[in-house]
Every structure is written in structure tokens, then in C-alpha cells.
Write a protein that binds this ligand. Structure first.
Ligand SMILES: Nc1ncnc2c1ncn2[C@@H]1O[C@H](COP(=O)(O)OP(=O)(O)OP(=O)(O)O)[C@@H](O)[C@H]1O
Length: 578
């Protein structure tokens, strides 16, 4: 629990003071509650001792009123102080994680990591936001109440108090065991939840394929994961209930012992009936905060796991942290790879010992079988991923030493998959260069051959694009990406299968736009279709991450067997007739 509070305070930052104040009010609330019970003892003592007069009745009533009012006032301030803190903290945390995610290397975003992030936003942050204050307040209150009650009981009769406390020892031993098994079950429950979210996302995203192929078993997979999560949750709750019962019994051993021995003490005259009666009442009340502590343990456990997940994301190194500080503002860029290697998992190299150079005003095409490392090599250029070995030089300057923002500004990318944001078409294109006017945006759209279809949209350039650009065809999305790149006007241009979603007519239509965009630039082009790139200034042939050859189309046909095979295959496919 202490570790969890520490983690929470780390997240709280400057709001720590407000939290301390809230917990101080919580402590005062508990002290007032303790005082009310102490008055109860004094009243019982007076009644049984025959000294309960009318004045005492008024005196106790007034004190009761004062403590009750104070209790409510302190409780009100506890809530007022702590309520906004968790919402404000989680707001900051959401924004800071969103900003941090943007700086993660691209290869971080694998399917399971996306599920982990989804779970973090939908479950962990919300859970902490909704529950942590209550958990900590409950813990602070339980602890203070226990101390206040213990001091009060000791001051009334230390022998009876010690007998009552005996139950804490077996309770604590059981609690330790319980904690271990609950942490394990909590992790199982959490993992089952991540897998369930993962399979549900996959199910929704793959709906088109599921419907097309009537894949009934895909629904079964979601059903299984939902069942697994339900079983894990059930096991967690059932175990919690069993342990809680055992814990309660252990604690109450002290109550039975004190009441049993107390009777003997009253009989022998060493204990007054008033004190016995007081302990009989307080015996039940004393363990309540400790029992509540156990009850909220399940929540603590889950909150702790959520805080760990938040910390894990916060502690991940970002690409920017690894980048240098050298400024780069050249308007042309000569790109040189020197013995560059990269591995995603630290075991197998996706790009291995690659060296080549590309001059401004030239097109370098990357070809090779699927998985040969073409996209990886492309992603190395803007620093989306960084080489594990070797160097990439831009105009002779090591890219690793350059400011990340400068590097990214110098590279325009058109990926195969184009993401459009839920914003106007105008703003979606303007993302290429925020400082451009509407006229410049339209000019770029015309060059990329988007203008015609944008004009046909209900509000033209002011039409809001649905999330991800799902309402546009693949070819339309790709032309918007080309318009963005035209606006950005960077010295380096990366085209990763950029023509893949265009039909032959469209591809020819925007050829001019692309030609204009790449004039004087250092262009890298990934293509599976060799006929598209046969006029490139140089072609890099990759296989299993290694560079098999580098040269012009005719040279490669002579010198690289893999290239020759790929070319012949393409020719034979083209001659297929149905
Ligand atoms: N995010 C990732 N995490 C782990 N491995 C990856 C990741 N992305 C790619 N790989 C692996 O790295 C290797 C090279 O992949 P890359 O995408 O660069 O190949 P490619 O030639 O572009 O393939 P394709 O033509 O199919 O797009 C492959 O073995 C691939 O499985």
C-alpha cells in the first residue's frame, strides 16, 4: 500500500500539497469519529456508576453535537480537496502519454502494443481516476481509526485492550499470504482483459473479411476470450471472498478472547461491568477499519497494477531522447548509408550491413521479396527507427546527431496506408505545411489530382473527413498524401508503394504531379512492380535485409540473379490471360 501511495504521489507532481491537505482532513474526520466513541464509553461508565446526571446528559449531548458537526465539516473538506485532484491528475497523464506516444519509434506500434495502449486509456487511467482517492482515503482513515481506537482502548483498560489486539497477529500472517496470491490472480485477470480487448479490436477491424468469408469461428475466438476474462475475474473475486472470511475470523479471535477473559475478570472484581460493556461494543467496532482495509485490498491491487502500467509507458525511452542537437537546414540532401544494420527484436537483422549513397535529383528504387527490409530501410531515413550499427549521413552529417524535428522536416513520406484525421479536407492537406494559404493547398491538390474529387464532396475543401479517411477510396487517400508531400516540399521524399492504390488511369494522371514534386529532390521509392521503377537512377535489390546489388535496371539484369528472376516473373504475370 505504501508503495502504491508513493507511485501515486510521484504522478501527483505539484498537486502533492493538495493531497496532503486532503489526507489531513481525513485524519481529523477519523479523530472526531474516535472521540464520539470515547464519549460513548464515558456515558456508559457514568450510567453504570450511577453518576449520570441531567448536567452530564446536556454536556455529552453538546459534545456529541460538536464532534458530529466537526466530523461532517472535516469530511466535506476531505472530499472537496481530493475530488478534483484525481481528475486533474489523470487529465495531465492522458495528455502527457498522448504526447509521449507520438515520440515512440514506429516499430513500437505492433498489434499487442496497440492493445496495451488501448487498455491503458480505456481501463487503467479510468480505474485510477475513479478509485484511487477512495482507496487511499479508506487506507488513511482505517489506519488512523485503528490507532485512535487502540490508544483509547489502552487508556481505558490495557489488559482488555491487549487481549483484543491478539487477533491482529494471525490476521496479519494471513494477510501476507493473501496478498501474494491476490497479486498473481490480479495479473492473470489483467492479462485476460488485454487479450479480450485485443481480440475484440481484431474482430471489429476484420469485419469485412469475416463477412466476406463467413468466418463464424472468429466470433468464437472473441467469445472464448470473454469467457477467459470472466473466469479470471470470477476466480479473483471468489479467492478474495474466501481470504476475507478467514481474515475476519482471525481478527475476531481477539474479540472472543477478550470477552471470555473479561467475564472472569468481572467476576473476580478486577474489571467493572461498564468497562466490560464498553469493550464488548468496541470489540466489534475496533476491527471494522481493519476489515475495511482488507475489503479495499482488491481495489488496491488493481490500482497498483494500473499504476505500474502507467509507469511502464512513462518510462519507455522515446526516439527524441536519443536524438542529437545539431541543427540542419540544408535545402538539398545527399543521403549516404554506411554499413547500416537494424533489428527489431535484437536477434534477427531486418536490414544488415547496407551501404549506398543517393544524390539530390535522383530516384533510388528499393525492390526485393516481401519481408526483405525495404520499408525498414525507408523508415531509417527520417529517424522513425535508428540504426543499431553503422551510420546514415545527410550531406556528410551523422543523422543521429541532428535535431529530430529538423530531420523530420527534411523528409516527406507517402506510405501505402494513408491516415486522414477527422478534420476538414483543407486541414488534412495543410498538415504537410501548416503555414500555407488556402490557395497553396488547392494548388497542391490540383497537382496531386485530388482537386476533382474534393470539389465533388458535399462542402468541397471544408468537408469533414470521417475518422481515418474511411469514407475515401484507397487511391483518393493516397492522392491526399501526395498533396501533403507536395506542400511540405522537403529535400528528401520517401514513397512506400505510393502508387499501389491507384488504378492505371489515375497513376498516369498524377505522374506529372509526382514528377514535379520530386524535381531536384533525393527520392526513395519502394515498389513491388519493377516496370514502375525500371528507369530509376539506381535500384537497390534487397533480400533478407542484405543488399544483393545496386545499379541501373539493365546492369542488374546482368549482375543480380534475384533481380532477373523477379523481372521474368513480372513479365510472365503480365502475359497471363483469364
Ligand atoms: N514492427 C516490427 N516489429 C518486428 N519485426 C518487424 C516489424 N516490422 C517489420 N518487421 C520484420 O522485419 C523484416 C523486414 O520487414 P519490412 O517491412 O521492412 O520488409 P518489406 O521488404 O518492406 O516487406 P513488404 O514488401 O512485405 O512490405 C520482416 O521480417 C518483418 O517481419
Amino acid at each position: 500500500m505504501i508503495a502504491m501511495i508513493r507511485k501515486f504521489l510521484d504522478l501527483a507532481g505539484e498537486r502533492k500539497k493538495q493531497l496532503y491537505l486532503a489526507w489531513l482532513f481525513q485524519a481529523l474526520t477519523s479523530i472526531c469519529e474516535g472521540a464520539i466513541y470515547f464519549m460513548l464509553f464515558l456515558a456508559i461508565k457514568d450510567i453504570l456508576g450511577g453518576s449520570f446526571t441531567r448536567e452530564k446528559l446536556i454536556q455529552y449531548s453538546l459534545m456529541f453535537l460538536v464532534y458530529t458537526v466537526l466530523h461532517f465539516i472535516f469530511y466535506y473538506f476531505t472530499i472537496v480537496k481530493q475530488r478534483p485532484v484525481s481528475y486533474a491528475m489523470m487529465r495531465d497523464e492522458r495528455l502527457s502519454i498522448a504526447a509521449k506516444i507520438k515520440q515512440f519509434p514506429l516499430y513500437y506500434f505492433t498489434k499487442d502494443k496497440i492493445s496495451q495502449l488501448t487498455s491503458l486509456f480505456t481501463t487503467d487511467l479510468s480505474f485510477v481516476e475513479m478509485n484511487i482517492m477512495e482507496i487511499i482515503a479508506g487506507f488513511v482513515s482505517s489506519m488512523i481509526m485503528t490507532v485512535v481506537f487502540a490508544l483509547m482502548l489502552l487508556s481505558v483498560d490495557w489488559r482488555m485492550a491487549l487481549l483484543l489486539f491478539v487477533g491482529i497477529i494471525p490476521g496479519y500472517i494471513l494477510y501476507q499470504q493473501f496478498q501474494k496470491s491476490m497479486v498473481q490472480l490480479g495479473e492473470q485477470k489483467k492479462n485476460a482483459q488485454v487479450v479480450m480487448i485485443d481480440s475484440t479490436l481484431e474482430y471489429v477491424q476484420g469485419m469485412e473479411t469475416i463477412k466476406a468469408y463467413r468466418l463464424e469461428q472468429s466470433g468464437k475466438l472473441v467469445e472464448n476470450q470473454v469467457d477467459r476474462y470472466c473466469t479470471a475475474s470470477d476466480r479473483y473475486e471468489a479467492t478474495l471472498t474466501n481470504w476475507s472470511m478467514g481474515y475476519k475470523i482471525c481478527l475476531n479471535l481477539g474479540l472472543f478472547l477478550s470477552l471470555g477473559v473479561g467475564i472472569a475478570m468481572v467476576r473476580s472484581g478486577s474489571l467493572t461491568p461498564a468497562t466490560y460493556l464498553f469493550f464488548a461494543i468496541m470489540g466489534i467496532i475496533f476491527y471494522r477499519p481493519l476489515e475495511a482495509l482488507m475489503g479495499s485490498f482488491a481495489m488496491m491491487n488493481l490500482a497498483n497494477a494500473s499504476l505500474d502500467n502507467i509507469a511502464e509507458i512513462n518510462n519507455l525511452p522515446t526516439e527524441n531522447e536519443k536524438q542529437g542537437t545539431t541543427q540542419f537546414a540544408d535545402i538539398q540532401a545527399d543521403v549516404r548509408f554506411e554499413n547500416v544494420s537494424f533489428s527489431y527484436d535484437g536477434k534477427r537483422e531486418a536490414v544488415s550491413h547496407v551501404s549506398f549513397s543517393a544524390k539530390p535529383g535522383t530516384i533510388t528504387a528499393l525492390v526485393g521479396p516481401s519481408g526483405s527490409g525495404k520499408s525498414t530501410l525507408l523508415n531509417l531515413i527520417p529517424g522513425f527507427i535508428t540504426p543499431k550499427n553503422g551510420r546514415i549521413l545527410l550531406n556528410g552529417k551523422d543523422a543521429a546527431a541532428l535535431k529530430h524535428s529538423d530531420l523530420v522536416r527534411h523528409v516527406s513520406v507517402v506510405f501505402q496506408e494513408v491516415y486522414l484525421f477527422q478534420d476538414t479536407m483543407m486541414n488534412n492537406i495543410r498538415m504537410g505545411n501548416q503555414s500555407t494559404t488556402d490557395e497553396q493547398v488547392i494548388e497542391a491538390a490540383k497537382k496531386a489530382h485530388c482537386h476533382e474529387f474534393i470539389e465533388k464532396l458535399p462542402q468541397g475543401y471544408q468537408t469533414i473527413i470521417s475518422e481515418g479517411g474511411a469514407s475515401l477510396s484507397g487511391g483518393e487517400r493516397q492522392r491526399v498524401a501526395i498533396a501533403r508531400a507536395i506542400l511540405k516540399d522537403s529535400p528528401i521524399i520517401l514513397l512506400d508503394e505510393a502508387l499501389s492504390s491507384l488504378d492505371a488511369e489515375n497513376a498516369v494522371a498524377i505522374q506529372k504531379g509526382i514528377e514535379e514534386m520530386i524535381k531536384g529532390k533525393t527520392v526513395f521509392l519502394v515498389s513491388h512492380t519493377l516496370s514502375y521503377i525500371q528507369n530509376a537512377d539506381q535500384i537497390l535489390v534487397l533480400s533478407d535485409g542484405f543488399l544483393q546489388g545496386c545499379g541501373k535496371h539493365d546492369e542488374l539484369l546482368q549482375s543480380v540473379p534475384l533481380y532477373k528472376t523477379m523481372w521474368e516473373k513480372e513479365k510472365s504475370i503480365k502475359s497471363w490471360k483469364l
